[in-house]
Design a binder for this molecule. Structure first.
Ligand code: PEP
Length: 257
């Protein structure tokens, strides 16, 4: 049974004090929720402090990005070892903003995936088509290229594979207030599962597939309620503590109904 996972991606938002205040309030709001896993991915600058603040809570931490090397002359980069050292459990790999603004391609993302597996971090690999690709009915080809491009040929242990997370994030739905239809998302998740099954067989049964793109408290269950979907990656709606708590409560309520 895959546990529902909700991941907050704060992107380049929140100072340290704002991040600390958010986590203190959120941990009170969701203290009774134990049927979903909640992960916050703050900017790197807040990770060390939030690692301490979340220690006795149900909140887990993720990073928004990382380099693939353990250490070295890579100015401005953060290594998987540094993240693991802080107690970070998850790392987002290949968010569309990284692909678009920082030219991250499948070759580089495969290195990051390998590093995440090697250092015991759980990668959240993001895939998704842009509007032109969708209009040209290229969605499945794009997803296939991005998914296999970042994974094929890697030596992934069964345990690591079972824990892996994939996020289907249609680029045109991110930050636009225009989410995909739940039914479409269900179809894409089914396609992603069939790709995994073809290549890796039953060792990928535990892989969780999230949806991301303009998720809000009042539409979240449209996605998490679909067969094959295991949660959401949330940008804008994760920045306000009341909104994010409402979203988590909506999912938790639906799961226990
Ligand atoms: C994201 O950037 O991963 C995302 C899903 O953003 P939003 O929820 O704001 O669309």
């Amino acid at each position: 049974m895959r546990k529902t996972l909700i991941v907050a991606n704060w992107k380049m938002h929140k100072t340290l004090s704002e991040a600390e205040e958010f986590v203190k309030r959120l941990s009170g709001e969701i203290a009774d929720i134990n049927n979903i896993e909640t992960v916050i991915c703050p900017p790197f600058t807040s990770l060390a402090s939030l690692a301490v603040l979340t220690e006795k809570t149900t909140i887990l931490l993720g990073a928004q990005n990382m380099h693939w090397q353990k250490e070295g002359a890579f100015t401005g980069e953060i290594s998987p070892l540094m993240l693991r050292d802080l107690g970070v459990k998850y790392v987002i790999i290949g968010h569309s903003e990284r692909r678009l603004y920082f030219n991250e391609n499948s070759r580089l993302l495969k290195r990051k995936m390998a590093a995440a597996f090697n250092y015991g971090l759980v990668p959240i690999l993001c895939v998704g088509e842009n509007w032109e690709q969708r209009s040209a009915r290229e969605t499945e080809n794009v997803i296939k290229e991005q998914l296999l491009g970042a994974l094929e040929g890697l030596d992934i242990g069964k345990d690591a594979m079972q824990k892996m997370v994939l996020a289907y994030e249609p680029v045109w739905a991110i930050g636009t207030g225009n989410p995909a239809q739940g039914s479409e998302v269900g179809v894409v998740a089914g396609f992603m599962r069939s790709l995994l099954q073809e290549r890796w067989g039953d060792s990928c049964q535990g892989v969780r597939i999230l949806y991301g793109g303009s998720v809000k408290p009042d539409n979240i269950v449209e996605f998490t309620g679909k067969a094959g979907m295991d949660g959401a990656l949330v940008g804008g709606s994760s920045l306000d503590v009341k909104t994010f708590a409402a979203l988590l409560k909506a999912v938790s309520g639906e799961r226990s109904a």
